[in-house]
Design a protein around this ligand. Structure first.
Ligand SMILES: [Zn+2]
Length: 298
């Protein structure tokens, strides 16, 4: 019996030889080997060798638990320099699609002429495929946020991670007609096995510049203050349509925050664009790029 991710997973495994480990992980392997050689060459030093290995494991774990770290491989915490030069920001909206929230988010984005990137959960996308297609039809982008959003994602081994990401990749590509190019780990947590999987599936890891904590914070003004603090070109902002905290009036916090955030962005001359639009090259002086960037943010 085949699962949704089998064909993507097979392709990923077929090209696994090409995927190098991040430099920090390679250095960690060398560190382990060095500690082993030390313990053999000078047996009395074995406590130091064990301590060296323990320190290295602690550092690798910290790198995985710190969403904005780059120790475990490439990780966007800001947009590329060209996007910043074009005065672009990216609003990323996670954990949907959610039929109770996403349609209202789409209407607000339309009202303010803004585009956003929706990091969708594969299982949610399969439950609400029409909503996924609506996101794309209205000029936004759907990207990969794992298949089940498991709280144990960062504890998975390489095969488990590949299965989670490939299943979402295949479902989202089937539903919206275009394979995602960006991945965000559930809660931003990961481990050293993630980077080679993303490389095989040709996905760029994206975290964020700032997050609003809008799955737990129920006061819209607090969430807005977090997201809009030092708002500047190149920022990647994280908010939620799925798993969203509800404000006093019972609506998702983002629905109050988003219009005010977009007004502030516009006052600063910033355009909210999708991640694929932001990844295009060109400084904004290039007439071949600027009109497209403008229309993407119109
Ligand atoms: Zn999430």
């Amino acid at each position: 019996m085949t699962t949704p991710g089998d064909s993507v997973l097979a392709a990923a495994q077929a090209s696994s030889k090409a995927a190098p480990w991040p430099a920090y992980v390679t250095a960690s392997v060398a560190w382990h080997a060095g500690a082993g050689v030390l313990a053999i060459a000078a047996p009395a030093s074995w406590p130091w060798a064990v301590a060296a290995i323990a320190a290295n494991h602690a550092a690798l774990t910290a790198g995985g638990l710190w969403p904005r770290s780059r120790w475990l491989g490439s990780n966007w915490i800001r947009l590329p320099a060209d996007a910043a030069a074009r005065h672009e920001i990216a609003i990323t909206i996670d954990d949907g699609p959610d039929p109770a929230v996403t349609p209202a988010v789409l209407d607000l984005l339309d009202e303010h002429g803004a585009k956003a990137t929706f990091f969708c959960i594969g299982a949610e996308a399969r439950s609400h495929p029409i909503l996924c297609r609506e996101i794309v039809a209205r000029g936004h982008s759907v990207q990969n946020h794992s298949d089940s959003h498991s709280v144990r994602f960062s504890l998975l081994g390489p095969k488990g991670m590949a299965r989670e990401i490939a299943a979402a990749q295949e479902s989202l590509a089937d539903i919206v007609g275009e394979a995602p190019r960006f991945f965000r780990a559930p809660a931003g947590l990961r481990n050293p096995f993630l980077a080679p999987v993303l490389q095989r599936l040709e996905l760029q890891l994206v975290s964020w510049t700032r997050r609003g904590f809008d799955t737990v914070k129920r006061v819209p003004a607090d969430v807005l203050a977090r997201l809009a603090r030092n708002l500047a070109a190149g920022d990647i902002l994280l908010a939620h349509d799925g798993n969203a905290a509800r404000s006093a009036d019972g609506s998702a916090v983002l629905l109050t925050v988003l219009p005010q955030l977009l007004v502030r962005a516009r006052a600063l001359g910033l355009s909210a664009v999708t991640l694929p639009a932001a990844s295009q090259r060109g400084s904004g002086c290039d007439p071949a790029v600027r009109p497209e960037a403008r229309s993407a943010s119109a």
